[in-house]
Design a protein around this ligand. Structure first.
Ligand SMILES: [Zn+2]
Ligand SMILES: [Zn+2]
Length: 977
């Protein structure tokens, strides 16, 4: 068993050679019963056949072979896994409180009630919607929809009355009735009431036919993610297209863990539509033949229908999935119909329209356009097809394959028989096309309840961090002189990272590799950059940095407190980012799809909840696991090997977490000894990407280690000046940290928000200075004494940063300098930065440079702060962003439009955009006539701008040109020429 674990750790893949070496080591160490390598593999195979599944072999319509880990098996395993099944939620939820889960947002509610989980099961009885049922008070109802309200399952119902003549009458008013009031279901009502036939023909619910009488029926939502990723760690690109899924019936906090990412398929040959086609087949099959599962939570048998609610991916992939031509086209948005030719985009109205969401696309419209393209291809004129594609922005990889064939065939027919009428040719080719097997369009256009033109939510890792933050960063660093770079590096390094929960900032590294940064660097820059750029940027550029920081802090939130207010604020923030960009570079708005996509985030948040749910960060991490599997595959059958390995890892997870499997007629699970491993063994948890549910012990004080422990005389503590009661203990010990209500670990120097005093009436923000315990407990003394420096939140925002400011109490405030608080009174930790801009802090300090943990003779300059009293609350910080906004008075954080009259501003910038374009055309014309002009160089410079590829920084990722961006600049130039 332990060997099986070692062999199946996702984060630590062993080669055969390593594994044999471990077996050898065990033998040498005198361990008994060590199996031979072959015997071990055989045992694994037996285990697999018993409680896991083999990957399914598939051949796509164009003849590519690949393997799929059947999502049905994955779902089956999840249901049979008590660790997982207990967390399932099957019903949409309406809540007045904060929205953190996808089922609380709108997306699930868009489905027809019968396409959601149509029944509620209690004591082995199923209450289906659209069937008569009886409540505990003998009233008859027809439930229409099962929905959670404030955490309790309810049904929206119509009441049913039987009149004196025995007729059944249905009242169409909708009542909300808690599930627990349902007593008799339809079958029982018919059995007990001896009624004349119920007048409604559609009863019982036809879905009952899909299940056996004692089975429950559930609907599970699986977002599917596609990505291309290199199978190599080295630079050599070994392209694979991968599909993963997650079960979004699970709470978001679980889905942020690698443990809950499921691998579907990979192939170096088959494209994503080919792989999607297989998945579609499976998903559609579950509609008529739901998956048979054992629910480890209810210990009942059930059937499961799959639905795909969304397709998270990076932008080029999402464009492909939505049958969209890509981000560098005239109609550059996959979600709506904005854009057009350069003239259209450059007109006042056209330019203005790019700042908001245009008329939505839809799957049915897209199919229509694709059919039109196929028909046009039958005339044999390629340019006509292309014209439709440019005009509509609709282009489909699968259809493209058929268009090519049709064009060739049509031309052949015309050549062989020039007199043949086009009508005849079309009829002939239509018949031919219909007789061909396989998809003619993107398979995703044909999944019930999914519309790829709407359900490709904007993904914030690629669009924000690797998109607009990257633009900002490029705009900033490309203009710096060497000296300015040094200044910025030193300032950045001096950032107080406490309260930011980012890894230590390596400013010198960031500057040195400024063109190859990855997501985590941009995440750190987004939250800190604004404090360090004074004197290095123009006021307009500063506005962009500020606007992007504010927007970021709104997007990386795990929950949304008040959806309507949040969306209004988000609209302002997004508007500000766009306006700030267009002020500096009007061209960006017309060519960067990632900027235009921002307004789409508003409807995404309404439909899916917090934007981080659609972030692919966790999948991107999982790519590392994939890569290790790929490297250790023998490359003869990579798709099968990798799929098998993932299945094997899933099997191990299943065994360890006490999952059930069907064995000799009953459902069994592994022994308690094995099951205990996952709960108690931290090493195993880490390797499986599993975090046990957090158990926040707020108010807990963590002592210093014995070696570091120090003591202080009470009279010398800051607390002694602020503590009002008498203290008996003389000597007090320092502690290391204290846990806040939010779970944050606060140490000395941490900025904290507290609620203290009677009934927690008083609120304050300050800096933690002492965490004390008496060396010898004395009765009457408090167990802990915490001291914080008291700061006052300024009435007005900072004139430059727009952030709330902190200052020390002055005499007229009549407030104490220190506050003594109890450990449990700390709410959360926050990020506060020194106001270096105001006080003019200089790089006068210096610090020894460390290399290999050794001090070197080199010194680097550091910022020395002029005073210790001017501070700014960093509202760009992602950590606790929601808590902070609830804590502060609304006027201090309410977003305001940068430019009040946006439309006239857009018209103005449109003029600048047109002028700039005219100048560019002239410029190009000149350079074309004089070959010595370095056209190439200019293009290259443009291409360098920010984002050759949204992935360029990621290790092992392909250098794909993100169609939307750099290539855009080049192709536009070429268009003009
Ligand atoms: Zn759009
Ligand atoms: Zn300073």
């Amino acid at each position: 068993m332990l060997l099986d674990i070692i062999d199946n750790l996702p984060r630590l893949r062993l080669s055969t050679a390593h594994f044999k070496l471990i077996l050898w080591l065990l033998n040498q160490a005198g361990v008994q019963h060590v199996p031979s390598y072959d015997a071990f593999r055989k045992t694994q195979e037996e285990l697999t056949s018993m409680c896991a599944s083999e990957p399914v072999h598939c051949v796509s319509s164009v003849g590519n072979h690949f393997y799929v880990n059947d999502p049905r098996e994955t779902i089956k395993q999840q249901f049979a896994n008590p660790e997982v099944a207990q967390h399932f939620n099957f019903y949409p939820e309406e809540t007045d409180e904060s929205i953190s889960e996808v089922w609380q947002a709108e997306r699930w509610k868009e489905y027809d009630p019968s396409d959601l989980t149509p029944m509620y099961s209690s004591n082995g009885k199923q209450f289906y919607i659209n069937e008569v049922a009886m409540l505990h008070d003998d009233r008859l109802v027809i439930p229409l929809l099962w929905v959670k309200r404030h955490g309790i399952l309810h049904a929206d119902c119509n009441m049913v009355d039987i009149d004196n003549d025995g007729r059944w009458i249905r009242d169409t008013t909708v009542h909300s009735i808690p599930a627990e009031q349902f007593v008799l279901n339809y079958l029982e009502v018919i059995g007990t009431l001896e009624i004349q036939k119920i007048p409604w023909k559609e009863m019982p619910n036809p879905k009952r036919k899909l299940v056996d009488e004692d089975e429950d029926l559930y609907v599970v939502m699986i977002p599917i993610w596609a990505d291309d990723v290199s199978g190599n760690k080295s630079k050599q690109y070994n392209k694979h297209i991968n599909l993963y899924m997650e079960n979004s019936n699970l709470p978001a906090r679980l889905l942020q863990q690698e443990y809950f990412v499921n691998f579907l398929s990979t192939s170096p040959h088959a494209s994503s539509p080919e792989q999607f086609s297989e998945i579609r087949k499976i998903v559609n099959e579950t509609q008529t033949n739901p998956i048979r599962c054992f629910n480890a939570d209810t210990k009942r048998r059930c059937r499961v229908i799959l639905r795909v609610p969304s397709l998270p991916a990076d932008n080029p992939q999402q464009s492909e999935e939505a049958s969209h031509i890509g981000g560098n086209s005239n109609k550059f948005c996959r979600r709506c119909n904005v854009g057009g030719t350069h003239e259209e985009k450059g007109s006042n109205e056209g330019y203005h329209s790019l700042f908001s969401v245009g008329i939505s696309r839809s799957a049915s419209q897209t199919i229509e356009i694709l059919n039109k393209q196929l028909n046009t291809a039958m005339t044999g004129v390629a340019s006509h097809v292309k014209a439709i594609q440019t005009e509509t922005g609709v282009k489909d990889k699968v259809t493209e394959y058929w268009i090519d064939l049709l064009l060739k065939k049509a031309n052949q027919i015309h050549k062989d028989n020039p007199r043949k009428a086009q009508e005849e040719v079309t009829t002939e080719l239509t018949e031919w096309l219909e007789s061909q097997p396989g998809d003619k369009t993107n398979p995703l256009l044909d999944i019930a309840g999914l519309d790829p033109t709407k359900d490709t939510p904007v993904e914030i890792l690629h669009t924000i961090l690797l998109g607009i933050v990257k633009y900002v960063w490029h705009m900033f660093h490309s203009k710096l002189s060497e000296e300015e770079q040094r200044v910025f590096t030193a300032r950045l390094q001096s950032t107080d990272t406490d309260g930011l929960t980012i890894p230590p900032l390596r400013a010198a590294y960031i500057m040195q590799y400024r063109n190859g940064l990855i997501g985590k660097h941009f995440k750190a820059l987004m939250q800190t950059m604004v404090f360090h750029v004074h004197d290095l940027v123009t006021p307009d550029e500063f506005e962009i940095i500020k606007a992007v920081g504010e927007l970021g802090a709104m997007l990386w939130v795990p929950e949304i407190k008040d959806m309507e207010q949040y969306l209004r604020d988000l609209e302002v923030r997004i508007g500000n980012v766009l306006d700030a960009f267009s002020k500096v570079d009007p061209n960006k708005i017309a060519c960067k799809i990632k900027l235009h996509l921002l307004p789409h985030i508003i409807s995404d948040c309404r439909r899916y909840g917090p934007a981080i749910h659609n972030s692919t960060e966790i999948f991107e991490c999982f790519n590392a696991v994939f890569r290790m599997c790929s490297i250790l595959s023998n490359h003869q059958a990579p798709s099968r090997d990798i799929a098998r390995k993932f299945a094997s890892m899933d099997r191990l997870k299943h065994l360890l977490s006490g999952g059930y499997w069907f064995y000799k007629g009953e459902w069994i699970q592994s022994s308690p000894l094995v099951r205990r491993l996952l709960h108690t063994d931290v090493v195993i948890q880490q390797h499986l990407g599993w975090t046990p549910p957090p158990d926040i012990q707020y108010g807990k004080v963590i002592p210093l280690s014995k070696v570091k422990s120090t003591a202080i005389d009470w009279s010398q503590t800051c607390a002694s000046s602020a503590y009002l009661q008498e203290i008996k203990s003389k000597i007090w010990n320092f502690n290391r940290a204290v846990i806040a209500q939010s779970g944050d670990v606060c140490v000395k120097g941490s900025w904290i928000a507290v609620e203290y005093g009677h009934n927690a009436k008083c609120r304050a923000i300050g800096r933690l200075t002492e965490i004390l315990t008496p060396q010898v407990p004395v009765e009457g003394d408090p167990t802990f004494v915490l001291t914080m420096e008291n700061f006052i939140v300024g009435e007005h925002r900072h004139p430059h940063f727009d952030m709330p400011v902190l200052r020390r109490p002055a005499e007229q405030d009549q407030l104490p300098c220190y506050l003594v608080i109890k450990p449990e009174e700390i709410l959360f930790r926050l990020s506060v930065q020194h106001d270096c801009r105001l006080t003019g802090c200089k790089l006068t300090g210096s610090r020894v440079v460390l290399q290999e943990h050794q001090k070197t003779s080199q010194r680097m300059s550091v910022l020395s702060h002029v005073d210790d009293s001017s501070y700014i609350i960093n509202t760009h910080a992602l950590h606790n962003a929601t808590l902070l906004r609830c804590f502060l008075p609304r006027p201090l954080i309410e977003p305001k439009y940068l430019i009040p009259d946006r439309q006239s501003f857009h018209f103005e910038t449109a003029t600048k955009y047109r002028e700039a374009r005219m100048a560019e055309i002239d410029d190009t014309a000149v350079s074309e006539s004089t070959p010595s002009m370095p056209v190439k160089r200019r293009r290259k410079n443009k291409a360098m701008e920010g984002d050759q590829s949204e992935k360029s920084g990621q290790i092992g990722k392909r250098k794909r040109t993100e169609a939307a961006d750099s290539t855009n600049d080049i192709s536009e130039n070429e268009d003009i020429v």
